[in-house]
Design a protein around this ligand. Structure first.
Ligand code: ATP
Ligand code: PRP
Length: 216
């Protein structure tokens, strides 16, 4: 049996075509079922539904053999004990710094002001501002980061941006792009050795599907 950890929503939805290319079809719909362990058309493959931020933890500790997780989540987790064989090129976005449209970020940086930065991505933010030599007070949040500059909780946020619609709807502007993000396949290192015969064909099928989706 191989167990794949996925999070509901875009990662589940965008992984389905890759699974299909490997001949795997999930037999239950997570939007209508309350089940957390989903069966597939392959008796030897099952899918666990976990919170996006918990995927690396499940795979690290062997609760799942494989998982799909954003590079953002992986950096924050640290990636210990995980083999990262493939960039699946799904759930593409970027991590950026955003501020209120009326906040002069450039001059705050120039003047060496200490910035209050709210984010779920404290490791990424700490490393980014340290590399720029900017002093920051980080405020850890778990969601709705956009509210922080609007309420005076913070001067800036570090958050995911894709279309930019969320920033725009909250009168925020993107002032720095920190890094591009996509989702990775992560594999438990022991499982890769012990279940190689089952995992290897899956990796090969995923690689072929990614290569095919890149070809114009
Ligand atoms: P949790 O439930 O643990 O708080 P989450 O709500 O961030 O996680 P999702 O919104 O499903 O979970 O995001 C999962 C991953 O998808 C993120 O880690 C990121 O890599 C990517 N992602 C998030 N938002 C977007 C977006 N707007 N466009 C493209 N990819 C995104
Ligand atoms: C993510 C992220 C941003 C938003 C950015 O949230 O935390 O708030 O997407 O995407 P945008 O630039 O396209 O607006 P969430 O997972 O809630 O996004 P969703 O509403 O697409 O699910």
């Amino acid at each position: 049996m191989i167990t794949l950890a996925l999070s509901k929503g875009r990662i589940f939805d965008e992984t389905l075509p890759l699974l299909k290319a490997a001949g795997i079809e999930v037999l239950e719909n997570p939007d209508t079922s309350r089940k957390l362990i989903l069966t597939t058309n392959q008796p030897g493959v099952r899918v666990l539904l976990v919170r996006a931020t918990d995927v690396p933890t499940y795979v690290e500790h062997g609760g799942a053999d494989l998982g799909v997780t954003g590079k953002d989540t992986l950096i924050e987790h640290g990636g210990q004990g995980l083999y990262q064989p493939l960039d699946l090129q799904i759930a593409q976005c970027r991590v950026s710094v955003a501020v209120r449209a009326d906040f002069d970020y450039a001059s705050a940086i120039r003047q060496g002001s200490r910035l209050k930065v709210a984010t779920k991505y404290t490791a990424i933010a700490r490393e980014f501002f340290a590399s720029k030599g900017v002093h920051v007070d980080l405020i850890k949040l778990y969601g709705s980061m956009e509210l922080a500059p609007l309420t005076g909780l913070a001067d800036a946020i570090v958050d995911l941006v894709s279309t930019g619609n969320t920033l725009k709807a909250n009168h925020l502007i993107e002032v720095e792009r920190i890094m591009d993000i996509s989702s990775r396949l992560v594999v438990n290192q022991a499982a890769l050795k012990l279940k190689r015969a089952a995992i290897r064909p899956l990796l090969d099928a995923f690689s072929r599907a990614i290569a095919a989706s890149e070809t114009p």
